[in-house]
Design a protein around this ligand. Sequence first.
Ligand code: CMC
Length: 471
Amino acid sequence: MNKAVLNYGGVETELDVLTGTEGEKGIDIQKLRCRTGIVTLDEGYANTGSCTSAVTYLDGEKGILRYRGYPIEELAARSRFVEVAYLLMYGELPTSKQLNSFSGLLNNSSLIHEDMRHFFLAFPNYAHPMGLLTTMVASLATFYPVPEEMGDEEERQVIANLVSQVRTIAAFSYKKFIGEPAVYPSYRLRFVENFLNMMFSSPVSNYQQDPDVVKAIDTFLVLHADHEQNCSTSTVRMVGSSLANVYAVISSGIAALWGRRHGGANQEVIAMLASILESGDDGRRFIENAKRKEARLMGFGHRVYRTFDPRAVILKNLCHKLLSKPGVNNPLFDIALKIEEAALKDDYFLSRNLYPNVDFYSGLILKAANIPYDMFTVLFAIGRTPGWLAHWREMRRNENTRIARPRQIYVGPALRNYIPLDKRGAPQTSTTAMREREQSTAGSGRFTPRRLLPMPPGETNSLGENGSEFA
Ligand code: CMC
């Protein structure tokens, strides 16, 4: 095994270097603190491997993404989402028998407990479907108790419940939003058709399935199914490491996904393109604003991809196909193409490796499929659920899994004396600062002022500014 040598304070410490399947290397620092007393600091975990995983491989420099070894391009072209979900979860593409049995289980698990439907009545009509999804998925824990020791059969059922019911809850949330009765899932329909039917059919009208739309949504779900240790998946692993209930674990992933720097970006891209169109700009003015940091070009940039995001390439081609259908006119796509073209010639974006990410074109696909704007991130969550579960499952089986508990470098006040209520507001000094001040003024005659931490408005800081009385 290779070793890395750390020289700190004149003492050398040898650390193991691990090599992954594709040759990527990582220094194992698990024993660093006990050997040297120091920890590593890596805000945003940009340089930290939090686990070993056999689910997904990606190479951001080369624009490679593979699920269980299969290139994303091939899976998007040749596999359905349900097959990909099986692959992520169980490590192999299913045989037809395995696929039938998995599809059957998903169908049988697609209904949510009827009492849960009443919950929808209590939410306000304007509730964001992501808020509903987070809450409803967490509440599955109360309707489908999970045994303390879960065997393979129970685990298979939990996985099927989540993959299938996240989709049912998503469609019910939309129906609540538009004030229509819920449409139940049907065993006669495949995964995506079932979802579209629950969304768009009603007691007074049938929904006509368009095979191009079905394929586009299926591909969207395949492309979103996993992306190794992103924000929501790491959240799932972190919450899961405490052995929390699996429904709560997936709900935490959904909550993390909601943010606009993560899954919420697909909504933001459409909002951005619409506002550019409305302002009469063709994208050039917006790009200048983004370069001045007055705006952020949503759907651009990625923590990991530094050349291109392979998912964006597939979705761009899909956009061309879907939006070139007769009668479809989408001026937002034209703006998106112009922005991409201009940004990819601009030094600001090139020098920072900012390229379209999966969200740049995905919103346009969803819009063309008539998916309502507020449901965009929900669709991302339906797609990502198998990925979250695959990581949760992998983590459960790894005997080295420990509760996630990072360290920190504390930069707050040093030890100080407790201040009784009637004395607060007067200038206070920490005991350490007092000691330091005494030493520094006594020694060199110099005095370095202490930095003040920002205080919430209305509260008093340690110099008694903004003082207000507590009730
Ligand atoms: N528009 C303009 N400037 C940008 C953008 C952007 N979209 N993204 C990054 N930059 C600049 C940033 O201002 C910084 O500039 P400087 O070096 O002058 O300070 C530099 O590029 C590095 O940016 P960063 O914020 O340090 O990069 P990050 O790795 O922390 O953030 C990101 C990655 C995806 C959050 C960010 O690129 C971003 O906010 N993009 C827009 C939101 C978006 O599309 N999110 C979806 C991500 S893909 C889906 C998913 O996996 O969830």
